[in-house]
Design a protein around this ligand. Sequence first.
Ligand code: V47
Ligand code: SF4
Length: 393
Amino acid sequence: MENINREEELSGLINALPQGRSFSKIAEKVVADERITDEEGLFLFEKASLGVSATLANYIREKKYGDKTYFNRNFHIEPTNVCVFACKFCSYSRLYAHRDEGWVLSKEDMMNIVKSYDGKPVTEVHIVGGVHPKMDLDFFCDFISEIKAHRPDLHIKGFTAVELDYMFRKAKLSVTEGMKRLNEAGLQSMPGGGAEIFDAEIRKQICHDKVDAEGWLKIHEEAHLLGMHTNATMLYGHIENYSHRIDHMSRLRNLQDKTGGFNTFIPLKFRNQNNDMSNVPESSIIEDMKMYAIARIYMDNFPHLKAYWPMLGRQNAQLSLSFGVDDIDGTIDDSTKIYSMAGSEEQNPAMTTEELVTLISQAGRVAVERDTLYNEIKSFASKNDAEFDVMLN
Ligand code: V47
Ligand code: SF4
């Protein structure tokens, strides 16, 4: 009964807006759980007011999860910032030719990081870094097995398709063989990095020498076939246009139809400090919220939409919870440098569980700790409805 009322309410609300027939058609599709087309997605980017997209995205978000907002307790290991690639937007890496300016952790250094979390209730380690020729497949398979032997309960999420593509080519292995080796060593999930924007022309201008769209998608598909779950990102707000964003999301939506292996879509706002694209202005907060809202509406087969708070900033991450976002990543710690180096206001991207829970409840949502696969671990509900009913009546 409550759902019917909400649906009627939403249709009424959208129809009452002076925005024309196309909006009501999109709203009707959202209410009926139907997929919107690429043209409709583009139409939302170009014509819809932020309020309309937000209303639709929030409707979907609340229908799926109510007020629940997920986070996990994780820590990052960045094995190196030395990288053979030369992405123009990257503020973090040091070219291999300048490797003395960067850092390279040994297996022992990295195991010491893992051990520093002994006895702490973290559930995931996230491992991503630059692409260093000496850190090859054998090196990482050994490292992963060592983590598993030391702490079997820790979920290992690691390596972008960019790192994997390089490792597999160097080891002269097919994607299937390479993924299988890592999976057998203990790799359980993959993060969504390296996707940037799939369009070949834009890729040529911002990251010409790393894996292309087809290669990125193939690696994720293989991971899904092995039963692993992965995420997908999109770097937006630089030189791409709205059609490129739709094209990117469409390719991901198609692969998800095929495999169902993606957990989360993560739009990443381009930050412009200390990189070769510093002349490109950053997107506005309105544009950021629009991106989240349209992603929630368009990516109908992606279970979750994440705002990565170290990049977006805490307050904007809170705001995003009204624009379709249901996940704000993790507690992390101070070991991730990728965004502080690119100009994020989060110079120390560490938050305790208490701070994260407060951030989420200040935005009127309920914080729920999850594991990597979104199994719920603990809900941090504040006052329940009944308690408020008593207070307000
Ligand atoms: O692929 C690099 C991005 C990504 C900049 O899957 C930049 O849970 C903005 O993918 N401005 C790597 N973005 C990080 C990543 C990630 C992070 C957190 C969680 C997950 C997950 C994945 O960082 C790169 C690139 O798109 N990036 N430089 C920059 N200047
Ligand atoms: Fe290397 Fe990744 Fe930076 Fe590109 S974004 S230069 S692949 S670390």
